[in-house]
Design a protein around this ligand. Structure first.
Ligand SMILES: NC(=O)c1ccc[n+]([C@@H]2O[C@H](COP(=O)([O-])OP(=O)(O)OC[C@H]3O[C@@H](n4cnc5c(N)ncnc54)[C@H](OP(=O)(O)O)[C@@H]3O)[C@@H](O)[C@H]2O)c1
Length: 318
């Protein structure tokens, strides 16, 4: 953690080129590193969609970003990753606008201490952090491909290294007693990396650059709720521990690098995993396992079809 805080910044906001004419969607862009990512894209003249579940929080994020950047092309897109129907509606709402899509940042995420299920009966951390983004990305993929050069950025975590022995234990994902809460989070974050690897394979021959990353340990709602749980809600201890975390501005740099740096195309970075601040990182062995990546893809595709019907992905996988 300290190593990250003192790491040299390979990418800073000022390095982001002018992106006039580009369109982006950032999920979970009402808070944390998502709102910073959306704000800095807007500052560089991107038409940004703030995709989040709460209309109230989403619209106030839009207003804030517009005010701070003087960019009026910032819009709210309702997306609740707990519901596959909401994910489908969000993609359809965006597609109905007939806009290109140059940058998709799959940033939204949850880390909870309790076991829960999404509206579709999928274990919630896996459902929100991976399955919802899997469906959202695939539904948008034809437009992303048609808009190339384009980028897909999957926000993972160093926590992907803390999975149970099987990496992703598919047959136990919905078992409330099989894993600790943190192991459930770790599997969902490993899924972000493996999805990136398999998607990248399927994008070969295109100019779509798909990468994943760990943003750093960042002082956001996600981490403070974990710290609060570890330290029994003792606010002074939580505040002291939070001092060891990066600011959301620094936390957003690595995903902004993946989304905007010319270096991604110059160096042909595809299917890679980055760490703060925009440097290549090393995953766990599971994070390089192409067989597991293919297994995850098949599992995710079958699950989405089981929940929404066989036709749901028919136009996306051509
Ligand atoms: N913070 C860290 O140290 C850290 C480290 C490694 C990786 N990450 C990853 O970074 C990403 C952003 O996290 P953060 O730290 O910025 O956390 P955060 O401040 O808690 O923000 C998370 C965002 O995800 C949204 N979200 C949660 N559930 C959702 C759902 N069902 N549908 C749509 N949006 C939903 C939240 O919306 P609401 O406001 O409505 O809840 C919020 O906008 C996550 O993918 C996380 O796993 C964070």
């Amino acid at each position: 953690m300290l190593r990250t805080i003192f790491s040299k910044k390979h990418y800073v906001f000022n390095d982001i080129p002018d992106l006039s004419g580009k369109v982006a969607i950032v999920t979970g862009a009402n808070a944390g590193i998502g709102i910073v990512t959306a704000r800095e894209l807007a500052r560089k003249n991107v038409h940004v969609f703030v995709a989040c579940r709460s209309k109230e929080k989403g619209e106030s994020a839009v207003e804030l970003i517009k005010k701070e950047t003087n960019n009026d092309s910032v819009e709210f897109l309702q997306l609740d990753l707990q519901s596959l129907n909401s994910v489908k509606n969000a993609a359809e709402t965006f597609l109905a606008r007939k806009l290109p899509l140059h940058i998709l940042v799959n940033n939204a995420g949850m880390l909870t201490q309790t076991f829960g299920l999404t509206q579709d009966g999928i274990q919630d951390q896996f459902g929100v952090n991976h399955i919802g983004h899997f469906l959202f990305t695939l539904l948008l993929l034809p437009t992303i491909k048609a808009s190339a050069p384009s980028r897909i950025v999957n926000v993972s975590s160093i926590a992907h290294k803390l999975t149970p022995p099987g990496g992703i234990e598919f047959d136990k994902l919905n078992d409330p007693n099989a894993h600790t809460a943190f192991q459930r989070y770790a599997q969902s974050k490993l899924a972000n990396i493996l999805f990136t690897i398999e998607l990248n394979k399927r994008l070969s021959g295109t100019n779509v650059y798909c990468n994943s990353l760990h943003p750093g340990g960042i002082n956001t709602e996600l981490t403070t709720s974990v710290l609060s749980n570890w330290f029994f809600g003792l606010k002074p201890l939580v505040s002291i521990m939070s001092l060891l975390l990066l600011t959301p501005d620094d936390g957003a740099l690595t995903q902004l690098y993946c989304a905007t740096s010319p270096e991604i195309e110059e160096k042909n970075y595809r299917g890679k995993y980055f760490e703060p601040f925009g440097v290549l990182g090393k995953t766990s062995d599971f994070g390089n396992n192409e067989e597991l990546a293919k297994k995850l893809w098949d599992y995710s595709e079958n699950l989405v079809k089981e929940k929404l019907g066989d036709d749901v992905l028919s136009k996306c996988l051509a």
